[in-house]
Design a protein around this ligand. Structure first.
Ligand code: PEP
Ligand code: MN
Length: 338
């Protein structure tokens, strides 16, 4: 259920109703927009339905949300959400944010070199996996905490924000200590315990769409994080599995405007994992921006031929620089910056 306050509702009126909701054993999630304050009431549907909340002072209307995701939906919040990563870096605003870096953090030298180059080319955020969700247990699994330390050092040395994947509930605190953004990978999109744990902290999260997940399932997974109190969620389309096997996955470009229609959360696209092919990263980056993406996640490696994971899809730093230059025109004609 969503409670929309009148424009002239006072803070006291809002606080009184929050208290009332909490006394009933329900959760009140508050969104204080520029225009109006909205409360999402979370809890057993039957208790909620029996409450005559419209009679409270300051309340304009009470709406039942029919979708299974509520806090994530456009009904809960009309204006698009902007997730603040750090001072001066926001995802969901006019500027398209590019997150770039290697698939895996392999060494200090490797990450430092890539960090310098992607920053110089215009990336705002450095990515790199320390905990790797590999399909085979016999392939490189990541450097773990050692990798996180390298990521933090590179971030401080180069002056760039960071994003890295967390795979296990036990590592949420650890990863949050080192990185600015936590990434939930495609394979963990429905790891509900992990989502709940991440919901307890306030760090920004990139939630990637599962390999075979529908848009509705992605939004319900995001709801797990928001319902625990963390609204700093960025959704990521990274390709889904179809019968097509020329590309590693099929980039569902329609997911970008579809998610924007259904949800207020920012959406980014990962054309690297979507295609698995270096040569397709640029055209699909352009298509993603044209479809309304708020950012891109792109794998870049200084020596892709010898990369410990995902070599064929990683751009060389020079390729990344030229991509960034080629994206400017398309961003500008959509009245966005990159
Ligand atoms: C990644 O971004 O490092 C990754 C493993 O991607 P995905 O979860 O989309 O496969
Ligand atoms: Mn990868």
């Amino acid at each position: 259920m969503i409670i929309v306050f009148r424009k002239d509702a006072t803070n006291k009126e809002v606080d009184d109703l929050i208290q009332r909701i909490e006394k009933l054993g329900l959760k009140a999630m508050v969104s204080r927009g520029t225009e109006r304050t909205i409360i999402g009431v979370i809890g057993p549907e039957d208790i909620i339905r029996l409450q005559p909340l419209e009679i409270y002072p300051g309340v304009d209307k009470v709406m039942q949300v029919l979708t299974p995701y509520k806090l994530v939906s456009r009904d809960f919040k009309r204006e698009p959400s902007v997730v603040k990563i750090k001072e001066g870096i926001e995802i969901g605003g006019k500027k398209i944010i590019v997150i770039a870096g290697p698939c895996s953090i392999e060494s200090k030298e490797q990450l430092f070199e890539i960090a310098k180059k992607v920053k110089a080319a215009g990336a705002e955020i450095l990515r790199g996996g320390a905990f790797k969700p590999r399909s085979s247990p016999y392939t490189f699994q990541g450097l773990g905490e050692e990798g996180l330390k390298i990521l933090k050092e590179a971030s401080q040395k180069v002056g760039i924000a960071t994003a890295t994947e967390v795979m296990d509930t036990r590592d949420v605190g650890l990863v949050a200590k080192y990185a600015d953004i936590l990434q939930v990978g495609a394979r963990n999109m429905q790891n509900f315990n992990l989502l709940k744990e991440i919901g307890q902290i306030k760090k920004p999260v990139i939630l990637k769409r599962g390999l075979s997940a529908t848009i509705k399932e992605l939004l319900m997974s995001a709801e797990y994080i928001l319902s625990e109190g963390n609204f700093n969620v960025i959704l990521c389309e990274r390709g889904i599995r179809t019968f097509e096997d020329f590309t590693r996955n099929t980039l569902d470009i329609s997911a970008v405007p579809s998610i924007k229609m259904l949800s207020h959360l920012p959406v980014i696209v990962d054309p690297s994992h979507a295609t698995g092919k270096r040569g397709l990263v640029e055209p699909l980056s352009k298509a993603s921006i044209a479809a309304g993406a708020d950012g891109l996640l792109i794998e870049v490696h200084n020596n892709p031929k010898e990369a410990l994971s995902d070599g064929p899809q990683q751009l060389l730093p020079e390729g990344f620089l030229s991509l960034m230059q080629n994206l400017k025109g398309i961003a500008n004609c959509l009245d966005r910056e990159i």
